[in-house]
Design a protein around this ligand. Structure first.
Ligand code: SF4
Ligand code: SF4
Length: 179
């Protein structure tokens, strides 16, 4: 949906084409009215694009999913092909896997699941987790396992850590209420 912003690199040839998944999968708070996750934006004509393209909000202009920015993700990772979208809201937020509600198991299929575990291993070393969102269900994907996020923690922030003085120790999760 976006265009290249300053300081951002789009991989050559990574065109959105008929994909409009970023107009459906994320919640978009700056739209009027705000759009909930997993529902089409009222301005989107799936497969054809945005009805208000020339006047779409700045947030839409700036947004590019990770498939457009990350050369290590092959063409099969385009969101309308794989059934989920990879993105990160900010430098301090988790790496998000937003799954198409009609294909809730898309992220568990191969080669995606193995690829996501590798992503989890990379981002964990930088101190942040991968969170998978499929409908109302959430998981933290760790390099060594996945953990269901219970309903009591859905609104919490989280961090992951492990004891670097004891090699081989499993990753731990801390939920941070109200953050
Ligand atoms: S999800 Fe990615 S590939 Fe699809 S329309 Fe949005 S930015 Fe383009
Ligand atoms: S305003 Fe346009 S670009 Fe933005 S979410 Fe809606 S359809 Fe997509």
């Amino acid at each position: 949906m976006g265009q290249q912003s300053e300081g951002e690199t789009i991989v050559a040839g990574r065109e959105c084409g008929t994909c409009s998944m970023c107009c459906k999968l994320p919640g978009i708070p700056y739209l009027d009215p705000p759009k909930p996750p997993g529902q089409w934006c009222r301005h989107c004509r799936p497969g054809r694009g945005c009805d208000i393209w020339s006047s779409r909000p700045d947030g839409c202009i700036r947004f590019n999913c990770d498939w457009r920015k990350n050369a290590r993700l092959g063409d099969e990772w385009r969101p309308d092909r794989c059934g989920f979208l990879l993105t990160r809201t900010s430098e301090t937020s988790p790496y998000e896997v937003l799954v198409e509600p009609a294909k809730p198991d898309a992220w568990r299929k191969e080669p995606y699941y193995s690829g996501l575990r590798r992503v989890a291993a990379i981002v964990a070393e930088h101190g942040f987790p991968v969170v998978v969102a499929a409908g109302s269900r959430r998981w933290v994907l760790l390099p060594d396992r996945e953990v269901v996020i219970s309903s009591e923690h859905l609104a919490s922030g989280l961090r992951i850590f492990r004891d670097i003085a004891a090699p081989g120790q499993p990753w731990q999760i801390e939920f941070i209420p109200g953050s």
